[in-house]
Design a protein. Structure first.
Length: 329
């Protein structure tokens, strides 16, 4: 065999050996996957999920282009959360975002390795999700809701809006640890405001109708609705029950006031999810969740439904109207 033939043979062999390397180099990069575990239903959460998507887009992550999102919703049936969390863990998503305390607990129990970003958690320390706000450690971090600290503020605002209120019903879940802690703080605030509290428990959505009947029988003249995935899902129903029962009511989520409740005060949920996108971005770029401090809310919203106030014969004090971020006419 001549030198020319040998050279051609060597060139052919080298080119064949290079084919797998070229093919491998041309393989598309793995698209990161975000898991989302929701305690509530998807429909009322569309604007909030849009805030998360916008936050991701602002950081260069576009769903369907260079990132995918796997959604799992419990539809308010919290007993489904452990199975849904386990399913997302089996998918080996790159980061798992959770909505509310029950979802965060389910995710923590499902995986000790996947990074978890919790949102809308009222008391991450009391719920034993983390050991420190500054350095959470482990595989969880996220954004606190400050629900417990603000329940007393909501009671104070309700009393300002309805000075004649003397017996305030509190809609709460007795098996939900943040509510247990918050109710203790409310008792102290109630003494200062000189109002009596009338706790009314719920465990399932069908309990709401019976709860409002108990409020009427107990002589309640106002209502505080504690934040929970079930009360968020039922915001329209609860607002309707409050108006029909002629109960001026305050809640955490602005959707309650938009649905007809008297007023809401709390952290901007949409802003929390937009901020959650920054946590997703950092984790996808290699930061460990335990090294990211838990963030407290920075934006709060007061929403007053003036139409409902007029229907109930309530005159909202001018200083509350001035403070309001939104007044629904």
């Amino acid at each position: 065999m001549g030198y020319r033939a040998v050279g051609c043979l060597v060139t052919l062999i080298l080119s064949l050996l290079a084919v797998p390397l070229v093919a491998e180099a041309q393989q598309p990069a793995k698209v990161p996957r975000i898991g989302f575990l929701g305690s509530s239903s998807p429909a009322p959460y569309e604007p909030i999920i849009d805030a998360l998507r916008q936050g991701l887009r602002d950081l260069g992550w576009v769903e369907g282009h260079n990132v995918t999102i796997e959604f799992r919703w419990a539809e308010g049936e919290l007993e489904r959360l452990p199975a849904l969390a386990a399913a997302l863990a089996r998918l080996e998503v790159d980061v798992l975002v959770t909505q509310g305390t029950p979802a965060a607990i389910a995710a923590k129990n499902a995986t000790q390795t996947l990074p978890i970003i919790f949102v809308q958690v009222g008391d991450p320390l009391g719920s034993e999700l983390i050991t420190s706000l500054a350095r959470p450690g482990g595989n969880l971090t996220g954004l606190s809701l400050l629900a417990i600290e603000l329940d007393a503020k909501r009671l104070e605002m309700l009393k300002e809006a309805v000075p004649t209120a003397s017996r305030v019903a509190v809609l709460w879940h007795p098996d939900f640890s943040p509510h247990v802690e918050s109710l203790r703080g409310l008792q102290s605030a109630a003494q200062v405001l000189r109002v009596a509290l009338h706790p009314v428990a719920f465990r399932h959505p069908p309990d709401f109708e019976a709860g409002f009947a108990a409020m009427r029988q107990g002589g309640a003249d106002a209502l505080l609705v504690m934040g929970h995935p079930m009360t968020f899902n039922a915001a329209t129903h609860l607002a309707d029950l409050a108006v029909r029962g002629r109960l001026p009511a305050v809640a955490l989520y602005r959707e309650f006031a938009q649905a007809g409740g008297l007023m809401t005060y709390g952290a901007s949920i949409a802003h929390l999810y937009r901020r959650a996108a920054t946590y997703v971005d950092k984790i996808l770029k290699g930061t460990k969740p335990g090294d990211l401090p838990v963030e407290q809310p920075m934006k709060f919203e007061l929403v007053i439904n003036l139409k409902t106030a007029k229907a109930l014969g309530i005159t909202i004090p001018p200083h509350l109207l001035v403070l309001a971020d939104e007044v629904i006419q």
